[in-house]
Design a protein around this ligand. Structure first.
Ligand code: FAD
Length: 472
């Protein structure tokens, strides 16, 4: 793609913004043979989805993942072409001196809150958790279905056989209360199997209230779900709509999460690949618009329809009737280490209610291309507007991983104050109008669920509305 200084003066559709929503719209217009032009203010496509290659590391612009359960994503991108490295299905939860493995609720509902030996490395050696790649690519049952009895002392996890040393004394305990794992499995099964229409017809409330309504205990909410979901929603209060929760649970239950070998930026690149470069103008900012005309930093373009596919804050500035969209912040701390604290690509959550770190993960365990040979990349996410100083996060990391981290190198901190649009109830059917005015259309994650799926689906939907407007 090139940065352009001259634009055509006329086309059918001007798409403002080359994030996922704008690209999905371009794909649909292109398929329909509708003339279009995309103007993107930045000098690259992807918007909030980007990667910087720095000294052999791939630093995504905030830790985010590809979820293969997103239907619009798999319809638009051949996910096998991304060389995805997958994360283990399930999470580890730090509670006091113990790490608990929460297996994927649908893979093993009875074991969902089982404590098993973990793959923690101690300060000097590496304790192996079976096969670090067990959760990659296949059913995921190898890594998440470890142990049959839940008895940490049985050694059924396969750890003892490797001779790896374990840093921690473990005891039999669990996250949450008896019954939580089955309720969690039931929630995941409902979200995975019910038709979307039925899920979105359910009475809508906050995520917090929905979790209580599902019978989940205070303990499982505080120890597992709040930290996990805060990293997904960018807010700890769990005010996000229960309809958004249902869609997120559905995608986690139906798909797997992973990272492209070339970094998360491979996603917009794959979306843009079938589009002609000549119709994409980088480094061109729309400054104002009205039906039939878009003024940009490179001149005015006349058109029959405009699609505003910018970030939510700019969309409101260009189209004030949309109303203000509140945004949630996410901050990612990137550290490099020679000795990875885990030998498995699994998310580690803070179950100790300290409310600082949402999750931390050795990303190079999932996608080794994220770090140069001999090094590992650890990404740690913090949700919300407060950005703790790195030394504070480092102290938390030592506690979470149960080992000293003094020798870790802090590579960078990526703060995204406007990471995700707030989506409190009511969000209805997660299909906010995409045609606010005659000849003006809008797309972006603020028109659907605050996610990659929401952005793509809204772009696709808006392009459909434009085609109807132009030809109907
Ligand atoms: C740190 C972080 C982690 C995330 N994690 C996940 C995750 O794990 N899973 C998930 O599903 N989602 C995640 N998301 C959310 C996901 O990235 C977004 O929902 C999605 O990328 C939004 O796409 P968009 O096209 O709606 O908007 P944007 O990506 O904001 O794209 C808008 C584009 O418009 C351009 N633009 C703005 N103003 C103008 C103008 N005046 N003229 C021309 N162009 C303009 C911008 O430069 C940008 O390229 C995460 C987001 C962040 C920031």
């Amino acid at each position: 793609m090139t940065v352009v200084s001259e634009l055509p003066t006329e086309t059918d559709v001007v798409i403002v913004g080359g994030g996922l929503a704008g690209l999905a719209a371009a794909r649909r217009l292109h398929r329909a043979g509708t003339p279009w032009l995309l103007v993107e203010a930045a000098e690259r496509l992807g918007g909030r989805v980007g990667t910087d290659a720095v000294d052999g590391y791939l630093i995504d612009r905030g830790f985010q993942v590809v979820n293969t359960g997103y239907p619009r994503l798999s319809a638009l991108v051949d996910l096998t072409s991304l060389g995805l490295g997958y994360f283990t299905q399930g999470v580890l939860v730090r509670r006091g001196d113990t790490l608990h493995r929460m297996v994927h609720p649908l893979r093993d509902p009875f074991g969902a809150a089982r404590t098993v030996l973990t793959g923690l490395a101690d300060a000097a050696g590496v304790g192996r958790l079976g096969n670090a790649s067990a959760g990659m690519g296949g059913s995921g049952s190898g890594a998440v279905g470890l142990g049959g009895s839940g008895n940490a002392s049985t050694g059924e996890d396969g750890d003892r056989g490797t001779g790896g040393r374990l840093a921690e004394v473990r005891r039999i305990s669990s996250v949450g209360r008896a019954g939580d794992r089955l309720r969690l499995a039931a929630l995941a099964a409902r979200c995975a199997s019910y038709p979307v229409d039925r899920l979105l017809a359910a009475p809508e409330t906050s995520t917090e209230a929905a979790l209580r309504r599902a019978g989940l205990s205070d303990r499982i909410v505080e120890e597992l779900l709040r930290p996990f979901l805060s990293g997904v929603f960018g807010e700890r209060e769990l005010r996000t709509s229960s309809h958004v929760l249902a869609m997120i649970v559905r995608s986690f239950a139906r798909g797997r999460i992973g990272l492209p070998a070339a970094g998360i930026a491979a996603l917009p690149e794959a979306l843009a690949a079938p589009l002609p470069e000549s119709l994409i103008a980088l480094g061109v900012s729309a400054t104002s618009l009205r039906p039939g005309l878009v003024n940009t930093s490179a001149g005015a373009v006349r058109c029959r329809a405009v699609l505003v596919a910018t970030d939510p804050v700019t969309a409101t500035a260009l189209l004030p009737p949309l109303g203000r969209v509140r945004m949630h912040a996410l901050t990612t701390y990137y550290h490099s280490t020679a000795e990875p604290p885990l030998d498995e690509p699994i998310l580690l959550l803070d179950g100790d209610r300290r409310e600082l770190v949402a999750n931390t993960v050795v990303v190079s365990r999932a996608a080794p291309t994220y770090a140069p040979p001999g090094r590992h990349l650890v990404a740690t996410s913090v949700a919300g507007p407060l950005v703790p100083p790195e030394p504070v996060v480092r102290t938390e990391l030592a506690r979470l991983y149960g080992r000293p981290v003094d020798d870790w190198e802090h590579l960078t901190t990526v703060g995204v104050p406007e990471a995700l649009p707030a989506a409190p109830a009511p969000q209805g059917r997660l299909r906010k109008p995409v045609a606010p005015r005659e000849g003006i259309f809008v797309a972006g994650d603020h028109r659907g669920s605050p996610s990659v799926q929401g952005a793509l689906a809204s772009g696709w939907r808006a392009a459909g509305a434009i085609i109807g407007f132009l030809h109907g």
